[in-house]
Write a protein that binds this ligand. Sequence first.
Ligand code: NOJ
Length: 588
Amino acid sequence: MSASKPNWWKASTCYQIWPASYKDTNGDGIGDIPGIISTLPYLKDLGVETIWLSPMYDSPQKDMGYDISNYEDVYPPYGTVADMDRLIKECHDRGMKLILDLVINHTSDQHAWFQESRKSKTNEYADWYVWRDPKIINGKRHPPSNWRSIFGGSAWEYCEERDQYYLHLFVKEQPDLNWENEEARKAIYKSAIEFWLNKGIDGFRVDACNLYSKDVLFPDAVTRLHGEEFQPAEDHYINGPRMHEWLREQRQQVLDKYGDILMVGELPFTEAAEVLKYVSAEARELSCVFDFDVVMLGTPNGGGGKKHHTVRHTLPQFKEAIRKVQHLIRGTDAWTTVFLENHDQGRSLSRFATDKPQWREKAAKMLAVLMCTLTGTLFLYQGQEIGMYNHPEHWGVEELRDIDSLNAYNDVKTRHKDDPLWLKKAMKGLQLVGRDNARLPVQWDASANAGFTTGKPWIRVHDDYEAVNVAAQRADPHSPLAFWKKMIALRKQHAELMVFGTDFEVWDFFDQDVFTFTKAHPDGHHKLFVFLNFSDDLQPLHYPHGLEGMKKELLVSNLRQGEEEVGRYLTPWEARVYLVRETVLNGY
Ligand code: NOJ
């Protein structure tokens, strides 16, 4: 596609919905599809153009729907296939798009394919999953390799019927599909992809999309975690040898039939040069990807659940991670994304800014400025628009529901024999980055359960819902919600600079408190100057050299309009954006 006629998804404002926690309409305490439909006018009004719906497929919910037992059916508490048909239509009637999650690295162990596969070594589905013989050492049975699951423990599970182990990179109820088997690949395309594209959806967010191709020799991973039986083995299953071949096959044999669909891949642990192979327009594998450098800041790589070792990152590290993602488009035909939250992360306010009560709203707006001025397809996560933040520190483990967090906690508990200091450390890490932070119910209003459900919510509602909720913020022109709406509109209005701007440069790389960057209009005639204060203190501005006194137009700031004016310094958590025109840039 030529640069003059960009794909629809490049400038689209996307919004992720995590169905269980979004909006419940039947009082069972679990969000549902009719709930999503009821809020489409709200999302449309905010400026959302594309919805990414996290897994709503039928599933035993061992990993909140990322363990699918039937791609062609809906998890009953969420609704029915007919509800999905209605959701697709209601989105399209409003000019909105809908993309679904595509989870095809693995299925649930309850999927009919796996139920058959596990029965024998000779049945029709025997080779559709990754089976290997045990390793026998001193007469004792061991897993085929020392690979560690991403959620902790061995990545192999023994199955009596076959006297073999199957591979599961995530929990044992999520067996990995064997992509080496062509018949299995064809069945995946048909059931998981074509079934929904035929219904008219506009694309997919592709789960774990660089994990399909493994080193089929399954060598032991080198020891990185001393004293541990199972070792991180990413080197043997990330960006494996056949990844690109299969993504191209999928594009040519399946996706091409459906036109310009959005395929946004989840791409953890990948260097920029390798990312480009997936997202270059010429390769036509994926439209764009979620690069994890920003959201993984401070988290140990490959520790498999060692969240208690997570530390707060520094601002220069944050800038570096953003720069990597912004620079993906520099001199290439690739495209990038902008996101700070999803269902696997702590809330961005708590992780990257501040959730201190006195700065919270201003900091939420500051992050809105950051996100809306970065180049790439923008993804907001439910509740981010009202500045939802992490659960309080005093919550105990009994409030957690996420399997990854519970595994991490229980690992510490067993290893350190209930030592209270270790357990405190475990909870501290989870309070910062645990996945349940993003999975608390959306706070719709100040009524019981934040208006999320009339029943008993499946997970505790944030204590602060009376202060932070959609209804209150809709009534307040100074709210984060009102500001997000304004920023999304401004991003549209200045799309060439904000969505498509080039030459992203950071001007204060080593500053621990302030983040200053510029971007250029592709025509070279305008520039954006963005100043962000990431501290509780007054800060001086880092003007790009020689441009301090230049003529500039203030496009937006997060100060309270009509009450505060931008001054010589940046006030705590202030954000301001200037537009500089050609005449001034001439001697630049
Ligand atoms: C990534 C998903 O975002 C996460 O929620 C899930 O647990 C794993 N992939 C496994 O599907």
